[in-house]
Design a protein around this ligand. Structure first.
Ligand code: FMN
Length: 229
């Protein structure tokens, strides 16, 4: 069933997008999704390289991947060897505080104590079930591409996430999948010349889920923007 497209301003779409970590089982219309995937390719990229490679997983393929991952995460909760560092080894206080702050806010909303590692691990493992979303997306990049092309991929993904909001859909980008490069690479038959950047859950938000109902902080503008005049 195609969802009627709502007419959000860009400002509204930006404000409404959030990382959604619990989805209903309402299916996503793949024709609509294909349209959004195509539209998002209007995202800018240096030299118009359009370096993103996008894989969509749904239906039987999604069932197979979720089944596979349910086993893998119990065999190896820490995943495989990641092919890139999601964070630098020393984040620095400002960034570390932000990272810890968002985690603490989420676990608070879920009523999970700081020391309850088992429940935290269970929440993290939900990444590999796409938080219950019916559709998963993966973005892979050429191995010999560098930071500018990875940044271009980010522009593509944010453009897509805003278009998803406009279409009444939700998403959560998931670098957690970087822990599983071989499993995902084999599953998607990614050529050796490419590597996995990120996954993304796509579907309709479960509006009642506590994990979707907490406010995600942002730094004050003066912390990151300098106006030179
Ligand atoms: C590239 C990228 C990867 C991310 N990976 C994960 C992830 O693996 N799991 C997760 O729960 N959230 C992930 N997030 C979501 C961030 O935690 C989230 O964007 C941030 O806390 C700000 O919250 P908001 O998206 O709700 O505004 C990711 C976001 C981005 C942009």
């Amino acid at each position: 069933m195609t969802q009627p497209e709502q007419h959000f301003s860009v400002t509204q779409a930006v404000a409404q997008r959030r990382s959604v970590r619990a989805f209903t089982d309402q299916p996503v219309d793949l024709t609509l999704l294909r349209t959004l995937i195509e539209r998002a390719a209007r995202a800018p990229s240096g030299g118009n390289l359009q370096p993103w490679h996008i894989h969509i997983v749904s239906g039987d393929a999604m069932t197979r991947l979720k089944t596979l991952m349910a086993v893998r995460v119990t065999e190896a909760p820490m995943g495989e060897c990641a092919e890139y560092a999601v964070y630098p080894p020393h984040l620095g206080e400002r960034f570390n505080d932000r990272r810890k702050g968002v985690g603490a806010a989420m676990y608070d909303a879920l009523g999970i104590e700081r020391g309850d590692l088992a429940r935290r691990q269970a929440v993290f493992a939900e990444n590999f079930q796409f938080f219950g979303a019916p559709v998963g997306l993966f973005c892979t990049v050429e191995r010999d591409h560098g930071p500018p092309q990875w940044s271009d991929c980010g522009m593509y993904l944010q453009t897509l996430m805003l278009l998803l909001v406009e279409a009444g859909l939700d998403s959560c980008a998931q670098e957690a999948w970087a822990l599983w490069p071989r499993t995902v690479g084999d599953f998607l038959r990614v050529p050796d010349s490419q590597m996995l950047f990120t996954g993304m859950a796509i579907g309709y938000r479960d509006g009642d889920a506590a994990v979707n109902n907490w406010s995600v902080p942002r730094a004050a503008t003066d912390e990151f923007a300098t106006f030179h005049q």
